[in-house]
Write a protein that binds this ligand. Structure first.
Ligand SMILES: O=C([O-])CC(=O)C(=O)O
Ligand SMILES: [Mg+2]
Length: 224
């Protein structure tokens, strides 16, 4: 027997806020959070992965998934399991059976600072999985670990109840209390980017800010 610490439940934001975040790209959310939080190297396992949902944080011993199984039993439909496996890439923490069961329980997906396996089956299953690596070496099932509370995923703090958004560019955690304000900022940014796309296509994109930011030193052809 080994210990599994279970923290009090943390509710995420309401459905209205979640549906505002639903269409927003991680890049726009990142830009709306001063480009500070992120989990470099934690990437979708297959193309088309996109998830949005409140986090249920899990900390597990690297190479061991006993508490991850427990967390799937405790998770609510729509939640994203965010697993801190210490960044270990030697042993897979999740595979097709665990993920099939997670999908059957209505989880929105899995974000993992560690490795996954059974990539072909996971692609067929379609449950979004974000991980640092792939490894055919399977996990042990001895514990210990923690469920709930907060974890660190590749340097990004994720609290249970934060909204996790993942897409082709990676994952980001949006604090529940600031989710509406961040969504508003990201929507404004997307409007500005749509205007930039339009200006590029029409050949009118303002480039003056580049020279305004640089002191240019030119080397004469004869001197070089
Ligand atoms: O053996 C495990 O726990 C991980 C795995 O491959 C699966 O869930 O399919
Ligand atoms: Mg398997």
């Amino acid at each position: 027997m080994s210990e599994c610490v279970i923290h009090p439940r943390a509710d995420g934001p309401d459905e209205a806020t979640l549906s505002r975040l639903d269409p927003l790209p991680t890049s726009a959310l990142s830009d709306s959070m001063r480009r500070l939080p992120g989990a470099p190297g934690v990437l979708p396992l297959f193309s088309g992965c996109r998830l949005v949902g409140p986090a249920l944080a899990v900390r597990t011993r690297p190479g061991d998934n006993l508490v991850v199984h427990k967390a799937v039993d405790l998770a609510r439909p729509g939640e994203v399991l965010v697993i801190d496996a210490g960044g270990d890439t030697a042993r897979a923490i999740v595979g097709d059976l665990l993920c099939r069961y997670a999908a059957s329980r209505g989880l929105a997906g899995i974000v993992l600072d560690g490795a996954a396996r059974d990539v072909v089956e996971l692609h067929e299953l379609g449950l979004p999985v974000f991980a640092r690596a792939v490894s055919h070496l399977g996990p042990y099932k001895n514990g210990p670990g923690e469920i709930g509370g907060s974890v660190s995923i590749a340097g990004m703090t994720v609290r249970s109840g934060d909204v996790v958004v993942g897409d082709a560019d990676g994952v980001i955690a949006v604090p529940a209390a600031r989710a509406d304000a961040i969504a508003t900022a990201a929507e404004e940014l997307l409007r500005a980017e749509a205007a930039a796309v339009d200006a590029i296509d029409r050949g009118t994109w303002d480039r003056s800010w580049i020279d305004a930011s640089l002191t240019i030193t030119r080397i004469d052809d004869e001197e070089s």
